[in-house]
Design a protein around this ligand. Sequence first.
Ligand code: HGY
Ligand code: MN
Ligand code: MN
Length: 367
Amino acid sequence: MSHDCGFDEVHIDAVGNVVGLYHGQNTHAKRLLTGSHYDTVRNGGKYDGRLGILVPMACVRSLHQAGKRLPFTLEVVAFAEEEGQRYHATFLGSGALVGQFDLAWLEQCDDRGVSMLKAMQDAGLPAIPTAIEGLKRDAQQYLGFVEVHIEQGPVLCEMDLPLGIVSSINGNARYVGEVIGMASHAGTTPMDRRRDASAAVAELLLYIEQRAASVADVVGTVGMLHVPSGSINVVPGRCQFSLDLRATTDADRDSLVVDVLAQLKHICDRRALQFTLERTVTASAAPSDANLQLRWEMAVQKLNLPLHRMPSGAGHDAMKLHEAMPQAMLFLRGGNGGISHNPLETITNDDAQLCVDAFMNFLELSS
Ligand code: HGY
Ligand code: MN
Ligand code: MN
């Protein structure tokens, strides 16, 4: 994001978000906020997040080259951290814009013992509470937030559609936990005398798989499993794990959470094990704003493309901005069957161009 791309102002904010402003005809006019995240999951793809930064940048460049100004200022934000990989601070960048940066996060240490505070300072960020709290946007100054994102699933690919209209973003609850049993000799401990922590987590994982599969659009994932200082010939006395539980409604999400936590307790009681559990993410389901969604639909129809409305199984920065202002998203088809959070994530140039064209239509329809 730079001045030669056409932005009038560009800066890095107190938490590492990169913010670009393309002034409107009247600098006192309301702003339209857009953007996405530039961080990725470990061993992720190239387009998750970044597409939603590069597409509005391409629009700014076209507007600048044409000497065209919109009736509103376009504010493009590249969010510093959405995935919550290094620290348990999901939606860190977008959360700061809605006043939800938890200052306690600064004390969190990563797996090398580096605190978030030090990591921010090493990156040249002020990392001081007043600067961070000052990032909160006044929602009254905004028309809303729009985000372009790859679908990260197979739907548009299988329907052979380049663009999709997001109707709602699924609600999400995440936990990190540990089951504690007793390490013992793998050769001499009889099967009925073990307090095997990893067997308990395995039992929970299979429960989650069948419980989630029993309700439409509900998903549950144990993405991280770790036996600390495990050995091939030792019954695991500890097993760390994560939970990622999602549904299209908060009610379905919460019902899944209740069942999974009850099953965890039941398994540990039966096996005479203990467990710890920390909730790290609670993100409410985020229905799209009807007016902004309609404008996306009109923008896509202007390209003579069919409309397909769909929920988002993935979480996005838009669900954070949803807590402060109207939001709506546009999906772009992913290649390779829509695989994502994987280096095989891919898009085509033609589809990317359609996405830019749809965004330009959206801006014109908003003018
Ligand atoms: O996990 C998600 O849904 C997103 O990639 N943060
Ligand atoms: Mn992601
Ligand atoms: Mn993403």
